[in-house]
Design a protein around this ligand. Sequence first.
Ligand code: GUN
Length: 301
Amino acid sequence: MPAQIIDGRAIAKEIRENIKREVQELKEKYNIVPGLVTILVGENPASVSYVKGKQKTAQDLGFYSVEEWLSENTSEEELLKLIEKYNKDPRIHGILVQLPLPRHIDERKVIYAIDPKKDVDGFHPVNVGKMIRGEPCFLPCTPYGILVILEKIGCQVEGAEVVVVGRSNLVGKPIANLLMQKRKPVGNATVTICHTGTKNLNFHTKRADILIVAIGKPKFITADMVKEGAVVIDVGINRIGTTLEGKAILCGDVDFESVKEKAGAITPVPGGVGPMTITMLMKNTLESAKMWNRLPNEIEK
Ligand code: GUN
């Protein structure tokens, strides 16, 4: 039987409507407006497109949003100064520096420079450490989005065999960690992480009740690698060409056409995990605004 196609856009829309309502309430009751700054260095087309999406969403939801678009040859020092400026700016509750950065800038220094209380990406080691300890913190947006998807589709995660393909700091490591935690409603799974050193990838992927793929290789996972009825979460966003109108043609890390015939449920690309990532960034920024204003929130419980 063909898989349930998981509509990430619909799930994201529902969450955004709730965020929008809360933003209006915060404004009316307390005159608080959540503030997000996005910082982009250079013109990487994928990054430009992601940042535009984040800016548009922030504006649609009624946030105070600032867009910093710096030239490719901005120095590390200039970028660190700019981050410091927003660390001190009381109108800003979330700072997002789009990755990857140009090679002459040390990504680690930049992440460390962001105030952990404004780190709505959840990349700062303070937040990563809290996440691993299972403490309230900013969760990284893509793994957070995956948790919400699994919850919304009613996926049985407790006791499931989860296989994560990819071990990046952005997705693989955090989602593997979160799903093995005793979190409710989504957690307590048995998690395996596969990577370039894995000897028999098929052996592992075919055992997965939930298969999460984040490797950046177009259509890498094929039907023969997937267990019948598995839930397949495709995190890849690969640009494999452009249309005559100049729009990017995207595909995931999973061969959607073949795998959808075998899986129980699958996220499409586009329209699966992508919209959730942006939405959870907005959620983190909203919670941050509440935290900075000493209102009950999900970051400091
Ligand atoms: N580059 C790719 N994904 C992300 C993300 O979630 N946040 C940031 N800051 N950069 C990214």
